[in-house]
Design a binder for this molecule. Structure first.
Ligand code: 5A1
Length: 488
């Protein structure tokens, strides 16, 4: 196949650098990127490194004690690629679709072809079902795999307007001359009827986390490569990862990062940060830089409607023991979720907040000691703690599905009680625009500590009132004054 001469020269693939060079060649050549080829290559390697690890090791690797890596022959990849092209072209009669750009009917047809190629009874939550290798050798795909398979199929059919749209827990496609059309192409979650073929309207996405309130990541072809790489799964078992697959993913993400293709993809930046946390790449910036990039990307391109940039950041800070900043990141995540209405298809983000509130935060509060530097005496930490819970209360308000239950309340009381009692006296909560007689009493306590009030934290919500200012005072925080008796 003349078109593949450039790729052929990289084969046989025997080490990570061979794959990186092939991806770089694809990403830099004009002739366009072949998504199905890259998905098949990545899936073949993932399969050999995680599921079928009994492969031959090349002489070169054997002697140099290189990480083991399968020898991938061109013929293997070419056969699978030909199979995919044949399935798509023989099942889609393009004479019925004369338009230059994709139509909703054609998108539904291509989705049906991928859908029709799947075995009925398979456990869709299993790992390693995200690539075309899985589709072509096992007739199995997860929900992301169906979506990327549809996009790859349209490439095979010669369309350049069909692209992947990603939220934080769902994927669909955009298409049309102005990319202003959208369509479901896969299913979501368990027990939900799939809505394949339907558009994602503004009413469907408004205040709905699953559609990021209308601010999904709409991929370029290069970002679709980044999605393929992000979706690669190095896990061999629940507790063991393939080092080779992880470092291949890491190297490919750096390649994409250096080419600017992660700039609008916060989750890919988060994935790379997590890989760097596990095994840093010499000469590369620390994970915190990537996580900050992810937050800035969400603020700049997606109106700060994404949650995961903050929970990626909070999780990392938690793991390195920077609990103050972790708490701030989680409060920022809560500031985002509070504008959404929670519903039954949002379980993934619900689990994320449950883990923070009922596992991570209590652990933070358990660990804090009597050390005056501890969180217990930090007023800004307390304000962030209140902001975190307040956002969750506001998330529940107006939602068709309740969020909170007694477990949340028990953990809230546990964590709240860990803050030093004087902290709570240092925090004044002013109702937003609602002047009531009690607010005048606040001024007394303010007078009493006048010299201490110099920090304004972000607003929080109290009961049904939006509270604009939380006035916090320093000395109750970090270093209690000498005259204060040590606690306990
Ligand atoms: C802070 C966290 C709990 C750590 N890992 C997280 N991930 C891991 C990686 N991940 C992702 N990483 C890159 N791209 C995507 S596209 C996507 C999805 F839209 F949901 C899809 F396509 F339906 F699966 C998910 C996802 C999902 C979120 S969020």
């Amino acid at each position: 196949m003349a078109g593949f001469d450039l790729e052929k020269q990289h084969f046989p693939l025997q080490k990570i650098q061979d794959v990186v060079d092939l991806f770089r060649g694809q990403l830099t050549r004009d002739g366009g990127i072949d998504l199905s080829l890259l998905s098949i290559i990545l899936g073949t390697i993932e399969n050999a490194l995680t599921i079928n690890r009994s492969h031959t090791v090349s002489k070169e690797n054997e002697t140099k004690l290189q990480p083991i890596f399968p020898v991938i022959e061109w013929e293997t990849i070419e056969a699978l690629h030909t199979k995919f092209v044949t399935i798509i072209k023989s099942n889609v009669d393009l004479s019925k679709y004369p338009e230059k750009f994709a139509t909703r009917e054609l998108v539904k047809r291509v989705s049906d072809v991928i859908w029709g190629g799947l075995t009925r009874a398979f456990y869709k939550d299993r790992a390693h079902l995200q690539s075309l290798y899985s589709f072509l050798t096992g007739n199995k795909l997860d929900c992301f795999g169906v979506a990327i398979g549809v996009v790859a199929a349209f490439q095979v059919l010669g369309y350049s307007d069909v692209h992947l749209a990603l939220s934080e827990d769902h994927a669909w496609v955009v298409f049309g001359e102005n990319q202003d059309q959208s369509a479901e192409v896969t299913w979501h979650g368990k027990g939900n009827e799939d809505k394949r073929g339907q558009p994602i309207s503004e009413t469907v996405s408004a205040k709905h986390w699953l559609y990021l309130n209308g601010y999904p990541v709409v991929c370029s072809i290069e970002m679709e490569v980044a999605a393929l790489v992000s979706a690669a799964n190095p896990s061999i078992t629940a507790s063991i990862d393939s080092v080779e697959m992880g470092s291949l993913q890491q190297e490919l993400l750096w390649l994409l990062h250096d080419m600017g293709h992660l700039a609008k993809y916060p989750m890919a930046l988060g994935n790379l940060a997590d890989l760097e946390e596990i095994c840093e790449t010499p000469g590369r910036p620390p994970p915190l830089n990537l996580l900050t990039e992810g937050v800035q990307s969400a603020e700049q391109y997606y109106k700060n409607q994404h949650i995961y940039p903050y929970t990626y950041l909070g999780g990392h800070l938690y793991r390195i023991g920077d609990y103050r900043k972790a708490l701030k990141a989680w409060a920022c995540a809560s500031d985002v979720i509070k504008n959404y209405d929670y519903n039954r298809e949002d379980e993934e983000i619900y689990k994320e907040f449950i883990e923070i509130a009922n596992d991570l935060l209590p652990n933070v509060m358990k660990h804090v000691s009597l050390d005056p530097e501890s969180l217990r005496f930090d007023t800004e930490a307390y304000a962030n703690f209140l902001r975190f819970y307040d956002g969750i209360c506001q998330w529940e308000e107006g939602s068709p599905t309740p969020v909170l239950h007694t477990v949340w309340a028990k953990q809230f009381v546990f964590s709240l009680g860990k803050f030093d009692s004087r902290i709570r006296k240092c925090v004044q909560i002013h109702a937003d625009g609602v002047e009531d007689e009690s607010s005048s009493s606040d001024s007394n306590s303010e007078d009493e500590n006048e010299e201490n009030c110099d920090v304004n934290a972000n607003g929080i919500v109290k009961d049904s009132l939006v509270v604009k200012d939380v006035i916090v005072k320093k000395p109750c925080g970090r270093k209690p004054k000498a005259k204060r008796r040590r606690f306990g």
